[in-house]
Write a protein that binds this ligand. Sequence first.
Ligand code: HEM
Length: 113
Amino acid sequence: MDTLRLILLYAHLVGFAVLLGAAVAQYVVKPVRINAPMIWGAGAQLVTGVALSAPFPRPYELDPAKLVVKFVLALAIFVMVFFSRKRDVVSSGHFLAIIGLTLVNAAVAVFWR
Ligand code: HEM
């Protein structure tokens, strides 16, 4: 069981890298638009995050409130990515909010103990 949890955690971290990496690279290279890896990364975070929230035996407890906050933020990111995917250009504010919410969700994961 611990192997499955660790594989899911690994996939969760890869999804985080893909989402953040694709977003930052797109913002720097321009045009400011949603690219395919951002959609896949945002979707992967939702799927692997919910799977990770299963009651695996763990050496520590997960706070349910933390999981709700993470889910709401990840859902917001997915909606912001998915429904803007066909626009040629999105506003800088919208795009920076996606990057910011991703960073906030990683901070919630790491600092909320
Ligand atoms: C953009 C969205 C997300 C980002 C950037 C993100 C980021 C992270 C990071 C960096 C970790 C590793 C923390 C550590 O091991 O110290 C983590 C773990 C975790 N995340 Fe997420 N996450 C996201 C979405 C979600 C969602 C939607 C859920 C489910 C509600 C979730 C549930 C979890 C759980 C349960 C763990 C801990 C796994 C364990 O230690 O067994 N995450 N997340």
